[in-house]
Design a protein around this ligand. Structure first.
Ligand SMILES: C[S@@+](CC[C@H](N)C(=O)[O-])C[C@H]1O[C@@H](n2cnc3c(N)ncnc32)[C@H](O)[C@@H]1O
Length: 367
């Protein structure tokens, strides 16, 4: 092990305030900080504060995170929106200057699209959050080959010039871009624990694989259910983190232990399935915290959809919704969504006068 690692609490997580842990860490000791702080929404794990007080506290945390970051390191800070009495402030707008004031350099503003969520009545429903990526210096790690995704047109070739006949796109795949669609960890997600807002493991994996190498050190000040620690461990990186709520800290420990507790419970279905795959034990002997049915389903019977599937599904649905809206504006027949209600069969044509849930009306405006 690198001697500079010796005095660090590697692969340990702490129960308590992140600022207390940060104050014990030396300068420039971690390669990546990745976190999702409380959004000051008054969720069960946070007391809602005046926005300025919240941001002042977050500034202290980010100054400390930036201090412990190595010169080649990155910070990924994931936030949503703060809402107060109907006014909505996208928090990344407020965090951007704070991160800049720490001397960090912006690299990307990633849009994390949510397919589902609350339906607003007096504004557009919120369907995205953001992840800000900043680096400490112009020299930083970015392993694009580790995170490429399939090209849309994989066999496209140059049709003229001296490269004629050769593939015109990178056969290793393309850059995933800055619009991400990892499914929210909610109902029916095998990673779901009792924590209300977990990171999906694959989203964290993309960041870790792109911006760190094996044996690098990853820090999460707001660990929650421990997703960053779990993924760091899976990809042979070291982790350090803190969580202030004991019940979430316990979940993080149980996810990392990968074993049943004394009552034969696991923190989520994924940890249970991993254990069954590894030991060959009978799944019926165990339960997971969020389980409702009698028996957990085995992994081989589960449907697993990659991010690309959700991206395509969302793209199709948005294209459909916008063409339906435009057709209605022009008094044309509204096209059919073949995937309505998740089915792939043809549905009866929707007539613009029949559409019940859209409540389309042409406004007559006097000019
Ligand atoms: C948005 S959640 C993070 C969820 C996490 N990314 C996951 O995958 O489970 C924020 C977490 O920060 C914790 N927290 C709030 N204030 C804290 C503090 N001062 N120090 C450490 N943890 C804190 C909350 O209890 C909550 O679990």
């Amino acid at each position: 092990m690198n001697s500079s690692y010796l005095n660090l609490p590697l692969n340990q997580i702490f129960l308590g305030d992140c600022l207390a842990l940060l104050s014990q860490l030396p300068n420039e000791c971690v390669d990546l900080v990745i976190s999702s702080p409380p959004y000051n929404l008054g969720k069960e794990y946070e007391a809602k504060k005046a926005l300025d007080n919240y941001l002042a506290e977050q500034t202290l945390v980010l100054q400390e995170c930036s201090r412990i970051l190595k010169k080649t390191g990155s910070i990924f800070w994931q936030v949503g929106a703060y809402s107060n009495q109907g006014s909505l402030i996208p928090l990344d707008i407020r965090f951007f200057p704070i991160l800049e004031s720490c001397g960090l350099i912006p690299r990307n503003r990633i849009i994390w699209v949510r397919q589902h969520g609350l339906h607003a009545q007096n504004k557009f429903s919120c369907r995205h959050e953001t992840i800000l990526w900043f680096t400490k210096s112009p020299k930083y790690t970015f392993n694009l080959d580790a995170i490429r995704i399939p090209q849309k047109y994989q066999n496209k070739k140059y049709y003229k010039g001296n490269k004629k006949g050769k593939l015109s796109c990178n056969p290793k795949g393309k850059n995933p871009g800055d619009i991400w669609l990892f499914r929210n960890v909610k109902h029916n997600h095998e990673e779901q624990t009792i924590h209300p807002c977990q990171f999906p493991e694959d989203l964290v994996a993309r960041i870790i694989l792109a911006t760190t190498n094996s044996n690098d050190i990853i820090f999460d000040p707001y660990l929650g259910s421990g997703t960053v620690a779990v993924v760091s461990k899976n990809y042979k990186r070291y982790f350090i983190g803190s969580e202030i709520e004991e019940k979430y800290y316990d979940i993080a420990l149980r996810r990392l232990e990968e074993k049943p507790d004394t009552k034969n419970y696991f923190p989520n279905l994924k940890t249970l399935r991993n254990y069954i795959d590894k030991t060959g034990e009978d799944i019926e002997k165990f339960r997971f915290d969020m389980q409702t049915g009698n028996k957990a389903t085995e992994r081989k019977k589960a449907k697993i959809f990659p991010e690309e599937y959700h991206r395509q599904e969302l793209e199709n649905r948005l294209l459909y919704e916008e063409s339906a809206f435009s057709a209605n504006l022009r008094g044309e027949e509204i096209p059919i969504d073949n995937n309505l209600n998740g089915s792939h069969s043809k549905k009866k044509k929707v007539n613009r006068n029949q559409s019940s849930d859209t409540n389309f009306k042409q406004l007559e405006i006097e000019l």
